[in-house]
Design a protein around this ligand. Structure first.
Ligand code: PGA
Length: 317
């Protein structure tokens, strides 16, 4: 049998999504290219791997066998890569990181220092929302992830490394800008600019109000923190964002944080990897670096009512 790794990879994606279209999207291929790879694999196998049921596709028995073997081959390849990485040692390794779009407000600062310290390490950084990060962990497609809400339905190691305070933001001329101890219930009269459903920030915000039995009014939905901030500045509503994303706007007074009871909602940033994953020396070095130094290099800053920029007071102080 002449089966190529590429055919197996394409087949695995189609079998996982049970959709040629979604597999094509994930692999950045055209749908005919995906169909062709699957057809070639079926020819090699001498059996159909998918069957059609109406407009759905299902795996045949042969398809399920190929899927299982494909996963075994894939994890052996992954293991080989990990072993080779560890033989290269920390000075020549490669490191694939993925971070939440919100983390990207401070990730470049960390990476710049890390890269200076280990100039031989080849770094790859993906920036995306929580939902995609969870998928990357699930697919074992990344060494380490920095995110705000680690998955609970998957075996992962997650270690908190820095505070992630979430705050309610408003334009400086908002009627509540100078109000003190605003009750969260008061905010149901306001409209909120929302992040997309896959966002960890949105999930945390919905949990905050949900736990208090409150339903907030959704206004516009935006997939980027930058767009959310612009919308709030333009008076399209309030929003909840990580303090890390608004350093500049607080400094220049383009946005203010509202004094809402329960806020800042003191969350944490987490360093996450799949449980049991063998971390390469490069990944281990990065893990050490983040756990010991991130909070010193990029702590959240908080603008008190007095308008001076200061470090966020910790709850104990
Ligand atoms: P996100 O990031 O809102 O961009 O998903 C924050 C998080 O992971 O909690």
């Amino acid at each position: 049998m002449h089966v190529s790794l590429r055919q197996l990879k394409v087949f695995e994606a189609v079998a996982r999504h049970l959709s040629y279209t979604r597999a094509a999207e994930e692999l950045h291929l055209s749908q005919p290219a995906v169909s062709m790879q699957v057809r070639q694999l079926e020819e090699e196998a001498g059996l159909p791997l998918f069957e059609r049921l109406g407009n759905r596709i299902l795996l045949t028995e042969a398809g399920r066998e190929v899927y299982d073997y494909g996963r075994t081959i894939n994890s052996a390849l992954q293991e080989m890569e990990e072993v080779l990485e560890s033989l290269k040692g920390v000075s020549r390794g490669r490191l694939h990181l993925a971070v939440a779009s919100t983390v990207n407000y401070f990730a470049p600062r960390l990476l710049a220092i890390f890269q200076q310290r280990y100039p031989g390490i080849g770094l790859q950084l993906d920036v995306t929302n929580r939902e995609q990060l969870v998928r990357m962990l699930y697919d074992n497609a990344v060494d380490l992830v920095l995110m705000g809400v680690p998955p609970t339905d998957m075996e992962v190691e997650s270690e908190a490394f820095m505070e992630n305070p979430l705050v309610v933001i408003a334009p400086p001329d908002h009627p509540l800008a100078h109000a003190r101890a605003i009750s969260p219930a008061r905010l149901v009269d306001e409209v909120f600019v929302m992040r997309e459903p896959g966002s960890g920030t949105r999930q945390t915000m919905e949990r905050f109000f949900g736990e208090r039995g409150l339903t907030i009014r959704h206004g516009m939905q935006m997939t980027r923190n930058e767009a959310v901030k612009q919308a709030v500045r333009s008076g399209l509503g309030l929003s909840v964002v990580s303090l890390h994303t608004i350093e500049l706007e607080l400094e220049t007074r383009r946005l203010v944080t509202l004094d809402v009871e329960g806020f800042p909602d003191r969350r944490q940033w987490y360093l996450v990897s799949r449980r049991g994953k063998r971390l390469s020396p490069a990944a281990n070095a990065f893990r050490e670096f983040v756990l010991t130094e991130a909070a010193l290099i990029a702590p959240p800053i908080f603008l008190e009512a007095g308008a001076t920029l200061s470090h966020m007071p910790s709850p104990g102080r």
